[in-house]
Write a protein that binds this ligand. Structure first.
Ligand SMILES: Cc1ncc(COP(=O)(O)O)c(C=O)c1O
Length: 436
């Protein structure tokens, strides 16, 4: 494959944009090489600046449940554009969207739209602090919640310790207001609540952690988080920016039966446009301005074009209920990939998947990793082996996420023949992986 035009664009971009990209993982640092510059996308196909085509499993990092340029969403957006694209005033489009959302989500009494998942999380934390009049936040090591200062932290040394900054620019004081618990560790969780429970404003968790690979949690662990929040008067925030509308209409809350106090959304809820949302119990949401004392605002919040796109997405989801079909296709595809990987000469792989989300856990031949539920058990060779798999697929016209710690997504637009094409290519790719 020829990447000349992408290489030239990347050189230009690097001169004026940090790392040449506007969000770090797009820069291919996790896999090496030059990012391909995408010119257009339709269905499951991406086309780059050199005319190369790829079957896409990144899908803009999850939002595109129905693939690129879904007709219904496209038509809705076109008609929204004809009515103007920003009012900064009350309008009916977000209202109708919110009404349908609340009808679909039994745990949500009220919702506020924002413009990204990060903004949704940041706002939910503020509301939880305002509601409880407490300062501490509990997060789980390996979960990502956007680039909110207080959540860009990692565990300190020792159990139940205050966090340390995980990004330059996050102050130690900010980090010190966050506690970090390992995933899948009931004892650590209990110890943290025993020591700090009365000061914890909120516990925030991705109920299906999908930002450090796919770290599927035991239901009992998630239920324990919910129980301990209840017992200690802490707000339970389920961050369903990835899992919301992806694994079920009601996300993991629906599948686990856990009723969050607050929930955060992004990605699918915007249908590919910049939308985030947070919502939940009325008594908590009534803290938000202009009703309550917690300030949160946005010039482009509930932008009518983005609202129309998100609403069209939601209406299509409610009508088609695509989850059983997606899960069945996902299971078949993952099993086929697993069988092929088992025959590879130089590495072992364990496909971890949940519905339409999957992750390739890579280790040296013969050291196949058991189910990974926390970051401590991700094989040390993950990055090096995945980088080879990624480039192998890219050169065969298949685009997986450019990082071994990101997941792959299926859409309803992936056909059996698309997936069979990928499986054919997988034989070549897996055979070509060299020992690390
Ligand atoms: C679980 C989760 N929360 C929050 C965010 C932040 O969302 P955004 O990138 O829209 O700010 C992400 C983004 O990947 C996410 O996966």
């Amino acid at each position: 494959m020829n990447f000349t035009n992408s290489e030239k664009l990347f050189e230009r971009s690097k001169k004026i944009v940090p790392g040449g990209v506007h969000s770090p993982v797009r820069g291919f640092r996790g896999v090496g090489g030059t990012p391909v510059f995408i010119e257009s996308a339709k269905g499951v196909r991406l086309k780059d600046a050199d005319g190369n085509e790829y079957i896409d499993f990144c899908l803009s990092w999850g939002p595109l449940l129905f693939g690129h340029q879904d007709m219904e969403i496209g038509e809705a957006v076109k008609s929204a554009l004809s009515r103007g694209w920003s009012y900064g005033a009350a309008e009916r489009y977000s209202l109708e969207f919110a009404e349908d959302m609340i009808k679909a989500l039994p745990f949500m009494d009220e919702v506020r739209f924002v413009s990204s998942g990060t903004e949704a999380v940041m706002s939910a934390l503020r509301v939880a602090r305002g509601f409880t009049k407490r300062d501490l936040i509990l997060k789980f090591d390996g979960c990502y919640h956007g680039h909110v200062d207080s959540l860009l932290v990692r565990a300190g040394s020792g159990l139940a310790e205050m966090a340390s900054p995980d990004s330059a620019g996050v102050s130690t004081n900010t980090a010190a207001e966050t506690l970090v618990c390992p995933l899948d560790d009931d004892q650590a969780l209990e110890a943290i609540f025993a020591q700090h429970g009365s000061k914890i404003a909120a516990a925030i968790i991705e109920p299906l952690p999908a930002n450090n690979g796919l770290l599927i949690q035991r239901n009992e662990f998630l239920k324990k988080v919910a129980e301990l929040c209840k017992k200690h008067g802490s707000v339970l925030i389920l961050d369903e920016v990835i899992s919301g509308f992806r694994v079920a209409l009601g996300g993991m809350a629906e599948l686990t039966g856990i009723s969050p106090d607050l929930v955060t959304y992004g990605k699918i809820i915007g249908g590919g446009f910049p939308v985030g949302a947070y919502g939940g119990k009325r008594e908590i949401m009534d803290m938000v301005a202009p009703v309550g004392p917690v300030y949160q605002a946005g010039t482009l919040s509930a932008n009518p074009v983005a609202m129309t796109a998100g609403h069209a997405m939601l209406k299509k989801i409610m009508r088609e209920n695509p989850y059983a079909d997606l899960a069945a296709t996902g299971k078949w595809f993952v099993n086929e990939l697993q069988t092929l990987a088992d025959q590879a000469p130089n590495f072992s792989m364990n496909m971890q998947s949940f519905g339409s989300i999957s992750w390739m856990v890579c280790s040296p031949k013969g050291k196949k990793s058991p189910l990974v539920r926390d970051i401590a058990h991700i094989p040390a060779e993950q990055k090096a082996i995945y980088a080879q798999i990624f480039h192998g697929f890219l050169n065969q016209g298949v685009y997986f996420a450019p990082s071994g710690f990101e997941v792959g997504f299926l859409s309803t637009a992936h056909t059996k023949s698309d997936l069979e094409f990928v499986l054919e290519k997988a034989k070549i790719v897996f055979n070509g992986v060299k020992p690390v």
